[in-house]
Design a binder for this molecule. Structure first.
Ligand SMILES: Cc1cn([C@H]2C[C@H](O)[C@@H](COP(=O)(O)OP(=O)(O)OP(=O)(O)O)O2)c(=O)[nH]c1=O
Length: 191
């Protein structure tokens, strides 16, 4: 049996290491992340995590762990920005308001699938032109849902969260540990 991390996100690999897990393989899934017409953020995020888990090639006994992080502004889904212009639009829309960050995780072994979700609320301050431009120049927005990473410079824009910090970064550790326990993986085995 192999443990496969179905994710190209270095944050997810690092967070998983806190549970003492070094994956036997890292296989980033390649799926269409376009939301369906009228799809709401939470079901969208859960669907993507499931589809990622289904897309990773694995043996019948292998465990495959996948996740999806989605930023939701009301009913609006903010995925990974295509370019700096879209990142600027996302950050302008998020500034001065509360939004949600959803991370859905999916664990698959053969035909069996275990899933969980973490939902956090995040308040971002309204950004000045100087803050916005400096942040865009720093490049940390690339590849991040909602165009920011709380674990980097954008932490300075976020005075308040309610929920799971590790969930916002991309892999909620409490839910992940519980999911692994559901599947019979011994997270807290003694050395
Ligand atoms: C909101 C937020 C997102 N993110 C990241 C986590 C995810 O990597 C990314 C959202 O994109 P995802 O599609 O969830 O993941 P990914 O494309 O990076 O990797 P994979 O599909 O291979 O697993 O945004 C942060 O690192 N910090 C944050 O504060």
């Amino acid at each position: 049996m192999k443990f496969i991390l179905g994710s190209g996100s270095p944050r997810r690999k690092e967070l998983l290491s806190h549970l003492g897990i070094t994956p036997d393989a890292i296989l980033p899934p390649d799926i269409d992340e376009e939301p369906k017409k009228g799809e709401l953020p939470r079901p969208y995020c859960a669907r993507l995590a499931r589809e990622k888990a289904a897309a990773v090639a694995a043996g019948p006994d292998d465990l495959v762990l996948c996740a999806d992080t989605t930023v939701a502004l009301g009913r609006r889904i903010l995925g990974k920005p295509r370019d700096a212009g879209e990142a600027a639009a996302f950050l302008t829309a998020l500034g001065g308001r509360r939004h949600q960050v959803i991370t859905a995780i999916a664990l698959r072994r053969g035909d069996r699938l275990w899933t969980r979700e973490s939902v956090s609320a995040v308040k971002m301050k309204r950004l000045s032109d100087m803050e916005l431009n400096a942040y865009l120049q720093g490049g940390e927005w690339q590849g991040k849902a909602g165009a920011y990473a709380i674990q980097g410079a954008a932490g300075a824009f976020i005075p308040w969260i309610s929920g799971s910090f590790t969930g916002i970064v991309g892999l909620p550790l409490a839910e992940t540990a519980a999911l692994l326990a559901d599947a019979g993986w011994p997270v807290w085995r003694q050395a």
